[in-house]
Design a protein around this ligand. Structure first.
Ligand SMILES: Nc1ncnc2c1ncn2[C@@H]1O[C@H](COP(=O)(O)OP(=O)(O)OP(=O)(O)O)[C@@H](O)[C@H]1O
Length: 444
């Protein structure tokens, strides 16, 4: 049997030891003297139960409130002097955050009983999940499923070399986070990570944004300015939605990748820049190459190390881990009474197809933190009650997308992933089939 662990926050260690006597021999107890130390301990280690011995001199109610909000996934028991409990802010702390409290002088045997009870509750509330997503605390990519383990392994491998990386994945699946992980594990980690979304900048501005300009290069250029490539010197440049890069700039980027120099707009001087390029796209670039929208030579330059981020629906084992991770990440936005997800909410999360991937999950969890007024999040707080909600145009779209995706997947499986045969079975042309596959971000 694993030992029960307690984090005790008490101003003096002797006082804490006196409280936690022989009745708690089966506990592993760590005692700290203030909230700062407690925060450090909780960032490094996991506890289910905490004991707060309140000290009026040291603990400002607002600070304690912020601290307990942050660690609201734990069960907290408090010890207060009778005088403390006369003050309204202290009483609020008890009501909002604690599962139980004792008034000093404390009976150690009763306290041990309360803490045991709190531990029992904490164990009941804990959901077994894939390593709680902590099997590699150094990686920002949360999740323990095979697909994420493979992605983490790929990240470690490509981080060791300097060649360009091309990340493919649906929108919101974690491409930028993957790029950040590669940068953080590379020998450029101390240098800058500069992201740019090629689809979000007006085509007329991308050139000067990427390559910079000299004074007088165009009307209004009263001063010269370094571009994003230059500002990433010594680090990593992340080019998101690379498929949206205009054709003329594709040629400039290719030249930069080949020669490692850039030339600012309005200048003839080449500047040497040491930058690793990671590009990302939510569409299959091969199709853009086939249609002539993307330069083939640039594609092969960028795709030296291809990395695929799997969509969330292919990481079902991680859904609960991720939902709980974001619940805690945004815990400061919730009412302290809200303790977690109801079983029905978990079922709804597992049942949903997540077309918007991890970003959609974050948005739904944050919405639920604000909308829920009970102790547990319900499916309706997440906006995941299909039967009850009036169908909106967005919901209809969602349904159509889902059935299209299902039909595509089934046909492809039946045809042994032969696109021509799957297209025939569906009664569509091969071109339409490729368009559908691209629309749904499915690779074949
Ligand atoms: N495995 C993960 N663990 C924790 N957070 C994640 C994970 N994957 C994605 N996220 C979070 O989800 C959000 C969306 O991820 P990100 O921006 O990396 O997606 P993207 O694929 O680059 O999206 P887009 O294509 O729209 O630019 C971010 O807040 C990111 O931190």
């Amino acid at each position: 049997m694993t030992r029960k662990r307690l984090l005790c926050i008490a101003p003096d260690d002797k006082g804490a030891r006196a409280l936690l006597n022989e009745a708690m021999l089966d506990w592993e107890i760590r005692s700290v003297s203030n909230l700062g130390e407690a925060g450090r301990e909780l960032r490094n280690d996991r506890y289910l139960v905490g004991l707060l011995v309140h000290d009026r001199e040291q603990h400002r109610p607002a600070e304690v409130d912020t601290f307990l909000r942050r660690y609201s996934h734990m069960q907290w028991v408090g010890v207060f002097s009778p005088r403390d409990l006369e003050s309204a802010p202290c009483r609020d702390l008890v009501v909002e955050h604690l599962c139980d409290y004792h008034t000093a002088p404390v009976d150690p045997v009763r306290l041990a009983h309360t803490l045991g009870h709190a531990h029992g509750w904490a164990m009941l509330r804990r959901r077994p999940s894939a390593n709680d997503g902590h099997d590699d605390p150094a990686s920002p990519l949360v999740g323990g499923c095979d697909a994420i383990a493979r992605l983490r392994a790929q990240v470690s491998r490509v981080a060791k070399v300097a060649a360009p990386v091309l990340i493919w994945g649906e929108s919101g699946s974690g491409k930028e986070l993957t790029a950040q992980a590669i940068h953080a594990q590379s020998d450029r980690a101390a240098g800058p990570f500069v992201p740019i979304n090629c689809g979000a900048i007006a085509p007329s501005l991308i050139h000067s944004e990427l390559f910079g300009y000299e004074r007088g290069a165009f009307t209004g250029a009263t001063r010269g300015k370094a571009g994003l490539i230059e500002s990433a010197d010594g680090g990593t440049l992340f080019l998101d939605e690379i498929g949206d890069l205009p054709k003329d700039l594709q040629a400039n980027l290719l030249r930069f990748l080949q020669e490692k120099t850039i030339c600012r707009l309005g200048s003839t001087r080449n500047i040497r820049v040491d930058v690793r390029v990671i590009a990302a796209s939510h569409v299959q670039l091969q199709q853009a190459v086939a249609s002539g929208a993307f330069r083939e030579d640039l594609y092969y330059r960028l795709a030296v190390l291809p990395v695929t981020v799997p969509p969330l629906r292919e990481r079902r084992d991680d859904l609960v881990t991720l939902a709980e991770y974001f619940f805690h990440m945004y815990a400061s936005e919730k009412s302290p009474r809200l303790k977690g997800f109801s079983n029905r909410a978990i079922e709804a999360i597992l049942d949903h197809d997540w077309p918007g991937n991890v970003r959609e999950l974050i948005n739904r969890v944050r919405r639920a933190l604000v909308m829920s007024d009970g102790r547990l999040i319900m499916p309706e707080d997440l906006g995941l009650t299909r039967g009850i909600m009036a169908p909106t145009p967005a919901a209809l779209d969602d349904t159509r997308m889902r059935s299209e995706r299902r039909a595509l997947r089934e046909c492809l499986d039946r045809s042994g992933h032969n696109v021509s045969r799957a297209a025939r079975d569906l009664g569509v042309s091969r071109t339409t089939m490729y368009r559908l596959l691209s629309k749904h971000g499915m690779r074949e």
